[in-house]
Design a binder for this molecule. Sequence first.
Ligand SMILES: C[S@@+](CC[C@H](N)C(=O)[O-])C[C@H]1O[C@@H](n2cnc3c(N)ncnc32)[C@H](O)[C@@H]1O
Length: 235
Amino acid sequence: MIEGQLNADERGLITKAILNAPVKPRVALEVGTWLGGGSTLHILRALEQNGTGHLWGIEADRSIYERMLTNIRAAMPTAASRFTPLLGFSQDVLKQWKKEQPADVTVDFVFLDGGNNPREQIEEFELLDPLMPVGGQLMSHDAKLRKGRWLVPFISRLDNWESKLHDISEPGLFYAKKIALRPSPQSLRAAKQHRFRQACQPAEIAASCLPSSVCSFALRLLPKKFSRHLSDGRD
Ligand SMILES: C[S@@+](CC[C@H](N)C(=O)[O-])C[C@H]1O[C@@H](n2cnc3c(N)ncnc32)[C@H](O)[C@@H]1O
């Protein structure tokens, strides 16, 4: 057993999405591997069971990244041929990754579970969505917390994605499947308007304008329950 997050049902849903895809995913990308025993290992095992597919897994924290590499090697010695770990922040790594791929690369499966700032999942989605074909699947964790607070309503409003929030844990798991290449102009407008209203909330304005050291200092001054609610959306 190696350390990982996500409960058994969430791990099962990731596995099923990959095993039951009508076209077996060839390219899978995840943001936020943590120690590897949660999403990373389960995506890799499902790809292995399919007999095809490669996972690129992004992790921002160097010490966690090193431990994740050791863990994955121990838990799945055959993973080396299916797994490329990438160290760095998703926004930078994804841009670089795109540059290194063939111009016609498609991304069939995406799992987003990186930082708590809701802006990050939106940025990751905006980088990856143009590469995802019809039938491409996207899942994200902490869908009910601050991390997913912008992405979940954004994709839910786009009429070229079918989506569902699995309310099977406190953080929540979001699933979306692309059903058309582009959204209608009306649904895209509705999604953007909603996101704009969310970005105008005072706490989010403060989070994007103030240096993170100032935000951390301010959070430390608040009662623990309230600071947890503001920083990661937990009650
Ligand atoms: C909640 S954990 C991921 C849990 C993991 N998916 C699992 O199933 O066990 C979030 C991870 O994302 C990493 N992270 C945070 N922001 C990131 C970013 N912008 N890019 C890549 N990784 C990030 C953190 O260092 C942390 O290891």
